[in-house]
Design a protein around this ligand. Structure first.
Ligand SMILES: Nc1nc2c(ncn2[C@@H]2O[C@H](COP(=O)(O)OP(=O)(O)OP(=O)(O)O)[C@@H](O)[C@H]2O)c(=O)[nH]1
Ligand SMILES: [Zn+2]
Length: 366
């Protein structure tokens, strides 16, 4: 963590703030960031939140190229499928005089792919620093933005955000228990809620402890945030029913722990998930929608869950899931999953295809 915590430049009144947190905040406001390491640096302007005026200030000579994810570039036929198969890999698109801000938006956002054919030709050129470019795409994902930037080389400086800073932004090791309190819920009146904060200022994760620890491995559910399903009762997924059924099962089994992980949209954020839904309205399935947006099929990191369980003193668990990745990742992070408990919900006409896709394309045991 040490490197990620760095004083702001003297005089701005903020004593200590994570470098990545500041960059994430800046990107959401459409400000440029500089990422650097090993004597190299790139300056980046986020396509989603910038505008033509900011682009003119960032790039007065009209020379900045575009940085896209390899999977988005493959959809645009700018890179081959093999490159796209490597998650996180970036592709640089050479700037041509006619590539203005609006063309960049069309390159970044697949929403209009079907209705407005893109102009061209676009030329993919080698990425100057693949490591810095991959870190930039990761930063966009953490910020909940489309993975697309205007990019130009920058002066290397000690103040640049490094790929290590970006990796630390979601480092589970930085998590600690901030507070805990009694929370009677309909499934269990004696429940307790525990909040986990990260030293790097990332999202606050929460655990709901149902019943009393009795020395047996708890029934555990890793629930990734789903605003649409958890709050609005969306029928497009099975999250809402899974959440309620998990709490009921824990209450029925004696005790359990529900981890409410702030991994909306399998880690791509609410706006990007809703973009994925818009693509699903056009006929793409949940996997292809993520890939067309330029993201991994599943961008979650379950080490955060392992850290939370460890902080709660529970390293042997019975895990409610159909997702083999959750079992494997917890195991790698030192949690002994003594049993996988299937967690299937009855499909409805709106989520049947989604559940079939999980079974057929992401290895879910459904
Ligand atoms: N990107 C994206 N995320 C989705 C979509 N549908 C649901 N989600 C998100 O997927 C996550 C829910 O996944 P989980 O309930 O953990 O499901 P899972 O990984 O299939 O595993 P289990 O339910 O444990 O078997 C939530 O963050 C939802 O917001 C979608 O079409 N696209
Ligand atoms: Zn959902």
């Amino acid at each position: 963590m040490g490197k990620a915590l760095r004083p702001c430049p003297a005089g701005d009144g903020v004593p200590l703030l994570s470098a990545a947190a500041r960059a994430i905040d800046g990107l959401r406001r459409g400000w440029p960031v500089v990422i650097g390491a090993d004597g190299q640096a790139i300056a980046l302007l986020p396509v989603e939140t910038a505008d033509a005026t900011r682009l003119a200030a960032f790039d007065p000579d009209h020379r900045a190229d575009l940085l896209l994810s390899a999977s988005r570039a493959a959809t645009l036929r700018l890179a081959n499928q093999a490159a796209a198969a490597t998650p996180g890999q970036a592709v640089q698109v050479m700037r041509a005089p006619w590539i203005d801000f609006d063309v960049a938006v069309a390159l970044a956002d697949p929403a209009l792919d079907l209705s407005t054919p893109l102009k061209g030709p676009f030329r993919a050129i080698p990425v100057t620093s693949p490591q810095l470019a991959a870190a930039a795409l990761e930063l966009a994902r953490i910020a909940g933005l489309l993975p697309a930037f205007f990019v130009r080389e920058a002066e290397a400086s000690a103040d640049a955000l490094s790929p290590a800073d970006i990796a630390a932004a979601e480092d589970a090791a930085n998590l600690h228990i901030a507070t805990r309190a009694r929370l009677p819920v309909s499934a269990a009146e004696g429940a307790e809620i525990v909040a986990f904060r990260s030293a790097d200022g990332g999202d606050v994760h929460v655990a709901l402890v149902i019943g009393q620890p009795d020395g047996t491995p708890p029934l555990v559910r890793l629930h990734s945030e789903c605003l649409t399903g958890d709050v609005f009762g969306s029928l497009k997924c099975d999250c809402g029913p899974q959440l309620q059924a998990a709490l009921q099962a824990m209450a029925g089994s004696g005790w359990g722990i529900l981890l409410y992980l702030r991994q909306e949209g399998r880690g791509i954020g609410i706006v990007n998930k809703l973009r994925a839904y818009a693509l699903q309205d056009q006929g793409f399935d949940t996997v292809d929608a993520n890939v067309r947006l330029g993201f991994a099929v599943d961008a979650r990191d379950f080490r955060v869950a392992a850290r939370m369980l460890t902080l709660l003193g529970q390293t042997r668990v019975r895990l409610m899931t159909n997702n083999p990745d959750k079992v494997a990742e917890l195991g790698r992070a030192g949690i002994d999953v003594v049993e996988r408990v299937p967690h299937r919900m009855t499909p409805n006409p709106h989520n049947a295809r989604y559940l079939d896709t999980k079974r057929d394309r992401t290895g879910h045991q459904l």
